[in-house]
Design a binder for this molecule. Structure first.
Ligand code: SF4
Length: 198
């Protein structure tokens, strides 16, 4: 793990990043939220134009839905000490014929491992969208499932346990298409926090 000044420098370096600037129609504006104390990681896709304008991750209708489904207040959701938000591409990638373009691939290559290795407190990751799933979970065929028993163990167990105590994970999974919750021991704490903050 890097020193605190090095971690701060890493964030400054990312905010000053121009690696794929020539492919960004509105120019670089990296948008993410991290801290070493965050217990929840939301791994998303890339900012849309509205988020690019505001500079605040998930500050749009999809963010409102996500907060609603997760039962998190805006205050908790935007508290970097609690929740890290790390899209696959930090800058708005532009729009194509069928909506926003995919996250710029250079971004994860340049920054993702460096950041994730610093987020040691994360106990639960919410993976939103196919690009985040591909990065965090890889191809999930039978061979992969055999090599990664944690997926069946932690995800299935987490969903079942959360369901038993009333956390709407199944509802979240039904509504957030192509998404999955990687559950762990933190799930009970999240539920506790929801009750006190919502
Ligand atoms: S999308 Fe990522 S790699 Fe590209 S300029 Fe923004 S921060 Fe840098």
């Amino acid at each position: 793990m890097m020193s605190i000044p090095a971690f701060a420098k890493l964030q400054r370096d990312i905010r000053a990043c121009t690696i794929c600037a020539e492919n960004l129609p509105l120019g670089p504006r990296p948008i993410f939220q991290i801290s070493r104390t965050a217990r929840i990681l939301i791994a998303g896709q890339a900012p849309g134009s509205k988020v690019h304008a505001s500079g605040i991750p998930f500050d749009d209708a999809s963010g409102d839905r996500l907060r609603d489904w997760l039962g998190l207040t805006r205050e908790t959701f935007f508290d970097a000490n609690c929740v890290a938000i790390l899209p696959m591409g930090f800058c708005y990638p532009g729009t194509g014929k069928s909506g926003d373009l995919p996250p710029r691939p250079e971004c994860a290559v340049a920054w993702r491992e460096k950041i994730l290795s610093e987020l040691a407190a994360v106990k639960l990751t919410l993976v939103v969208g196919q690009y985040a799933m591909a990065w965090h979970l890889g191809p999930r065929n039978n061979i992969w499932l055999k090599k990664n028993p944690w997926f069946a163990r932690d995800v299935a167990t987490g969903i079942a346990e959360a369901d038993q105590i009333g956390y709407p994970i199944k509802k979240v999974l039904q509504r957030v298409r192509l998404s999955v919750l990687i559950a762990s021991n933190l799930k009970c704490r999240i539920i506790g926090r929801n009750k006190t903050t919502s």
